[in-house]
Structures are given as C-alpha cells and as structure tokens.
Design a binder for this molecule. Structure first.
Ligand code: R5P
Length: 324
C-alpha cells in the first residue's frame, strides 16, 4: 500500500500534532509562510510522489487566509505528484452561507467546495458541518463526522441520571442534533424558538417541550460564534427554573462579544472541541476543551486502510480522559 503522509497548515497545528500522535506518524515537513504582502506560500520539504496525503487545516479565523493556505497546500501536493490528497477540515468556514435566503447574495459554501476540488482535493473529511446538505456541494467523496461522541462521553461522565436531564436545542436548525444527544444521554427534549435579528443579535422567548424546572439543561449547538444564540437560550432555560446549564458545541469560534456574553450568562460550563484553537483571552474557567484528535486520527487511518467509517462510531470509545 502507498504510504501515508500528514501535513498541517498554520490554522491549528496543536490539533494536527495530536492527530499525528494518535496515528503514531511524524508530521510531514512543509514550510508554510506568508510573503511580505500577505500572500500564502508553502514548500514541501520531502518526497510525496505516490503518497496518500492528508492535509489538516480548519478554515477558521483568519478565514480567508486559512482557506487560501489550504488551497495552495493542496495545489502544491498535486503538483508534487501525491497519489491522493484528502483535505481534513475540522471546521469548515463559510458554511453558514449555504443558500440564497435573499436576492443577490452568494452561496459561499458552494464556492469553497468548488475551490477545494479545483485545487486538487480528491476527498474531504469535515466535522459537524453547519448543514449536512453541504456534503452535496462536493462531487468528490466527503466523510462527514461529528464531535458528538466525545461531547456525550464527557457529559455522561458528569453522572447525571436521565430523569434529571433536559436536552435543549437552541433553535429549530439544531433539533436533529438534539434528538441524537437525547438518544445518547437520555432525558427529555426541549426546543427554543430563535429569531435572528442581525449577525450578532437574536431573540429567543418561546420554548417547546421540557420539562425544565429543577433539571440540568444540556444545550448543544454546532458552533458558538458571538455567543448570542447559546447565551440567549441559557437565559430562557434558567428563567424557567433549570438548576444547572451546561452548553456544548463542536466549534468555538468565539468572536466579538462571545467571551463577555459567556462570562455573564447563567451558564455553569461550556464544553468545546478543539477544531479551532482558543486565543489567550478565551481561556476562562468555565470553558473546557476536549480534543477531537482521536476521531480525526481514526478516520484518517480507516480511509487509508479502506475500512468502514460508520462502523467506528458503533464500536469505538473515545478516550474520555484526553482533555486539553
Ligand atoms: C445557527 O444556525 C448556528 O447553529 C449557531 O447557533 C449560530 O451560528 C451561533 O452564532 P452566535 O453564537 O453568533 O449566535
């Protein structure tokens, strides 16, 4: 079998190192840097001819730079005759612009898919895409993973019994996700009616389902960006009598007023995965980060060995102790 080679862009090198550690593989040697005018550049420092190449790069902040860097890395590997190039994108930026919900706007998620294919990606691994339909924007295989097993494993380890738990979906778009968490954790289900007022402001007043009073509320979302959605939802359930509020999200974008909002919100703990690296100012006591490296590492191994990926979610447990 042709050998495996892992490379990392600059977006989240610690996560890529953890994946290499899981796989017991050295990180591929590649110089990734910027020209003085800000253009992205990379140079592979070893032979990749005929290799099975995986490039790990979330397209997180600064989104345009990390995306462009990923594209030049793919192009570079293609021109260096890699046998197969898999873009491992733990957080897929631009995903929220996935449809024309008003006139004269782009579908940026589709544009990103086109760019990745055009650059030379042969397959994509993504984790908790904002909407599952984005898979269809690609004409190459895409493995859509979730950090949920890791979040659920941690939340299970907190030891709450199902009859004291309510899983809350902070908006209608997250209902399917919440239902899966109810299946994994037990408890009842509640849904919050969220209306978006602007990019950073939302309005949440009505709640369907429950009960909430006296329960531990687990709020799951795909991402926390400005924190408006999750903090508003936390306020609703707290006012309705939840005794504890724990929120969990796969992607901690944490931009704008997010940290201030999370600090002030009636939230006891925020659990995130490490798809996006935290900035120094993000390290507040109530934020806990769990690594998704075991999931990514296992998937890379299985893609390389032509093994089933869906099967792994039925059989594997992901090291609950491995927190960063
Ligand atoms: C919305 O559809 C998403 O699932 C998130 O709830 C939202 O993007 C989070 O953004 P923010 O933290 O700015 O409310």
């Amino acid at each position: 079998m042709y050998p495996i080679k892992i490379f990392s862009g600059s977006a989240n090198r610690p996560l890529a190192d953890r994946v290499c550690q899981y796989l017991d593989q050295p990180m591929g040697k590649m110089i990734v840097e910027k020209f003085p005018d800000g253009e992205s550049f990379c140079r592979i420092e070893e032979d990749v001819r005929g290799k099975d190449v995986f490039i790990i790069q979330p397209t997180c902040r600064p989104v345009n730079d990390t995306l462009m860097e990923l594209l030049v890395m793919i192009d570079c590997c293609r021109r260096a005759s890699a046998d197969r190039i898999t873009a491992v994108i733990p957080y897929f930026g631009y995903a929220r612009q996935d449809r024309k919900d008003e006139g004269r706007v782009p579908i940026s998620a589709k544009l990103c898919a086109n760019l990745l294919e055009c650059a030379g990606a042969n397959r994509v691994v993504a984790l908790d895409l904002h909407s599952a339909q984005i898979q269809g924007f690609f004409d190459i295989p895409l493995d859509h993973l979730s950090a949920s097993p890791i979040l659920d494993e941690y939340i299970n380890s907190l030891g709450y019994s199902p009859d004291e738990v309510v899983v809350v979906s902070p908006d209608a778009g997250s209902i399917k996700r919440a239902v899966k968490h109810v299946e994994a954790l037990g408890g009842s289900l509640a849904i919050i009616d969220k209306r978006r007022l602007s990019g950073s402001e939302v309005e949440q007043a009505h709640l369907i389902g429950g009960p909430i009073e006296g329960r531990v509320a687990f709020l799951f979302d795909d991402m926390i960006s400005t924190g408006g959605s999750i903090c508003g939802a936390a306020k609703v359930v707290k006012e309705m009598g939840a005794k504890k509020v724990i929120v969990a999200a796969s992607h901690g974008i944490l931009c704008g007023p997010a940290i201030e909002r999370l600090q002030e919100a009636p939230i006891d703990q925020v659990v995130l995965s490490d798809t996006i690296p935290l900035l120094p100012e993000h390290h507040i006591p109530k934020i806990k980060v769990l690594s998704c490296a075991p999931i990514l590492g296992e998937v890379i191994k299985r893609i390389h060995n032509h093994e089933s990926i869906s099967q792994m979610f039925k059989t594997l447990k992901f090291a609950t102790g491995q927190y960063y």
